[in-house]
Design a protein around this ligand. Structure first.
Ligand code: OOG
Ligand code: MG
Length: 255
């Protein structure tokens, strides 16, 4: 039997020290349910250190991501204020192990979400949408994991960059997405890749949060999941994510 507290300490310390660890499942098999308990406890450790929960992220909402990582279930994890990086800012890669960047959209909620929402209802709960990047950084060696491992590791959450908020949701169902590194397009896709429409990520977020008896307060961020595969981040690059009709976001990486 896996020791939940021990496992939470392992993933948390790996993140703090930016040092990869073995997959937890190679030592002890555990359920997805236990994986979420480990995740919750690892976030509690962050909160005890002074970090603040600012929202949640969904993972594997697109086929491109499922295929890249070989995992086919929707997952969710927590975002904290310590993960936020400035739009247009410099991001030091020193705090990461083997970071990758993903093009995403981020929602801002305007009402408490405390029950499963339908797609029709979801828009009423949203204040705004922004182009975004997620920096993922699996705490596992070689960025390899099972579904249970990645959930326990807070779904590889490590950083996020949120662009300017837009109140217009028109066209969001099929907006062109480009991820550009040093002027070269490295990923091209559409927001339609995200569960058919990114607002469905909000529907799924409401379902998953309710299942775990968690209410998302107004003002929470919801990262909808990557529209394309992730791209490795190296120092000295200029990374842009452009979402047609929504806007763009960029960072410059350094050591
Ligand atoms: C897990 C996180 C997946 C997404 O947007 O699909 C994710 C990983 O690939 O390490 O953030
Ligand atoms: Mg992501």
């Amino acid at each position: 039997m896996i020791d939940i507290e021990d496992a939470a300490r392992l993933v948390d310390e790996a993140a703090v020290k930016a040092t990869a660890i073995h997959q937890l499942t190679t030592v002890d098999a555990f359920s997805v349910h236990d994986a979420y308990r480990i995740q919750r406890m690892s976030i509690d450790r962050r909160v005890q250190r002074g970090e603040r929960r600012i929202g949640i992220k969904l993972g594997f909402t697109s086929r491109a991501k499922m295929m890249q990582m070989g995992v086919s279930d929707l997952i969710w994890g927590w975002l904290t204020d310590a993960m936020l990086e400035d739009d247009g800012g410099n991001v030091s890669l020193g705090r990461f192990i083997h970071p990758r960047v993903e093009p995403e959209v981020c929602f801002l909620t305007r009402r408490t979400i405390d029950r499963p929402l339908t797609a029709l209802e979801a828009k009423d709960y949203l204040e705004a949408v922004a182009p975004a990047m997620e920096i993922i950084d699996s705490r596992y060696q070689d960025f390899r994991f099972t579904l249970e491992d990645v959930v326990a590791d807070n779904c590889s959450s490590a950083g996020l960059v949120v662009g300017n908020w837009a109140q217009n949701f028109d066209g969001l169902g099929n907006a062109g997405v480009i991820m550009r590194v040093d002027g070269m397009d490295v990923q091209i896709g559409s927001t339609a890749a995200i569960l058919g429409h990114p607002v469905r990520a909000v529907v799924e977020a409401s379902r998953l949060a309710s299942e775990s008896e968690t209410a998302l307060p107004a003002g929470s961020l919801i990262m909808a999941g990557a529209a394309t595969s992730a791209h490795p981040l190296v120092p000295g690059s200029h990374v842009q994510v452009l979402v047609s009709g929504v806007g763009e976001v960029d960072i410059t990486t350094c050591v």
